[in-house]
Design a protein around this ligand. Structure first.
Ligand SMILES: [Mg+2]
Length: 203
């Protein structure tokens, strides 16, 4: 088994980070926690919303990366894979720099530092090898990497990745969809939590 994982919003959770960043910029009128999609909808509805949303993403995935949290259940999944000596690859569509980011934070470095702090590369932690982390400039490059790595499974929060014609047919497509936003579809196996993904793949 060779399991490929997306990074942003699959392994790393930013819901609270998007909420805080949008609130600090004065984009949110309502109080209380929101998920990423709710923040996106509110920011996009503003004047120049698309540009505001892109800038906000640059800030969240860069300067505020340290505030991200592990998705619930991810740690158990990694531990279960480590116990079974299952190969794990992280394959992420992440450019080096965000749009409109005045701080020019390297997003890939920020993600790697965060993973290091979370114990991803620690032999006593998840024991992931550095070389098993891949960042790609485009979605198509990411899919080519998944094919090249000969992944047996791929887990992503974005159904559009699985819909690309070049996505290899032999790879089991697992959609991580914690808020059940995506429709049921034969193209992917939809799960709302990591426990269920772990059970499906590892038994
Ligand atoms: Mg993602």
């Amino acid at each position: 088994m060779r399991i490929g994982l997306d990074f942003d919003n699959t392994i790393a959770c930013y819901d609270h980070v998007f909420t805080a960043a949008a609130r600090d910029r004065g984009y949110l009128a309502d109080k209380g926690p929101l998920n990423k999609l709710e923040v996106r909808a509110r920011v996009r509805a503003l004047d120049g919303g698309e540009q505001k949303w892109m800038a906000l993403q640059g800030e969240v995935y860069g300067k505020r990366m340290k505030d991200a949290a592990l998705m619930p259940g991810v740690a158990d999944f990694f531990t279960a894979c480590k116990t079974r000596a299952v190969n794990i690859f992280i394959v992420s569509h992440k450019t080096s720099f965000g749009h409109f980011d005045e701080n020019r934070v390297n997003l890939r470095d920020a993600a790697c530092t965060w993973m290091q702090i979370q114990g991803f590369f620690d032999p006593d932690g998840f024991a992931l090898e550095n070389k098993n982390v891949y960042f790609n400039n485009t979605r198509l490059e990411k899919i080519a990497r998944i094919a090249d790595l000969d992944c047996t499974h791929f887990i992503d929060d974005l159904k559009e990745v699985f819909a690309e014609p070049s996505f290899p047919a032999r790879v089991v497509r697992i959609l991580y969809d914690p808020i059940s936003a995506a429709p049921k579809n034969d193209m992917y196996d939809r799960h709302t939590d990591w426990k269920s993904i772990e059970h499906t793949i590892l038994g």
